[in-house]
Design a protein around this ligand. Structure first.
Ligand SMILES: [Fe+2]
Length: 225
């Protein structure tokens, strides 16, 4: 499996291109903003972009969808149905987060409406990308329709803003729910196995095993209510 990470947006979001090294089929997980380097990497490495997969609809995870779709019109746009409340409102998100229009323009967050999804991903669905098989898990809590993608042979899980190294996603934005997020992580992510590498939406990689024993939100050291 090929994984290339691009740290984008003022939020330092990890946009990733993930590809099957045998068939060159690829997906882009969470294109955070329009960035020439994504397309250059895809073409430069002879990859075939099959889909743009959006873990959740926050601006720093899908702000680059329009531009990437324009560059690769055959790529599908895939996300969970329950995430449309954010994805459809991309243009309004900066203001909802307290970023004024002028400031949004200055930092490249003056969006246009994002392209229609090609179809919706379901919990338990398997997304085939060449020889890679990504199991989709619906993990509400950070947002309503957040998903993670797990490749079982490669033992890799892409967690968006659900689980980070040493912390978890924030739950104070619309659709967030702390108890639901903890339940999602414990039931849908930790159960994958300690040997999985966790590729987070922000910050460094970790493993499920490490988070299980040391993440203070999962061990019970921190408790928000
Ligand atoms: Fe987020």
């Amino acid at each position: 499996m090929i994984i290339e990470t691009f740290v984008l947006t003022p939020f330092q979001q990890n946009t990733r291109v993930v590809a099957c090294e045998h068939t060159r089929k690829a997906i882009c997980i969470d294109p955070g903003e329009p960035a020439q380097e994504i397309g250059e990497y895809i073409r430069g490495n002879d990859l075939d972009l099959q889909a743009i997969v959006i873990t959740h609809g926050h601006l720093d995870h899908c702000g680059g969808t329009s531009a990437l779709k324009l560059e690769f019109p055959d790529a599908e746009i895939l996300l969970h149905r329950d995430e449309m409340y954010l994805y459809e409102k991309l243009t309004q998100q900066p203001l909802l987060m307290g970023i004024q229009p002028e400031q949004a323009r200055a930092i490249g967050m003056d969006y246009e409406d994002p392209p229609e999804p090609s179809r919706f991903l379901e919990d338990g669905e398997v997304l085939e990308v060449g020889e890679l098989r990504f199991v989709v898990r619906h993990v509400p809590g950070h947002t309503l329709g957040h998903i993670v993608l797990a490749e079982q042979n490669e033992k890799a899980v892409f967690t968006g803003d659900c689980l980070f190294s040493g912390t978890i996603g924030r739950t104070d934005l619309p659709g967030g729910n702390y108890d639901q997020l903890i339940a999602s992580i414990k039931e849908k992510v930790l159960t994958m196995g300690d040997d999985y590498t966790v590729f987070c939406g922000h910050g460094p990689e970790t493993t499920i095993g490490r988070e299980r024993v040391s993440n203070p939100f999962l061990t019970g050291v921190y408790r928000l209510s």
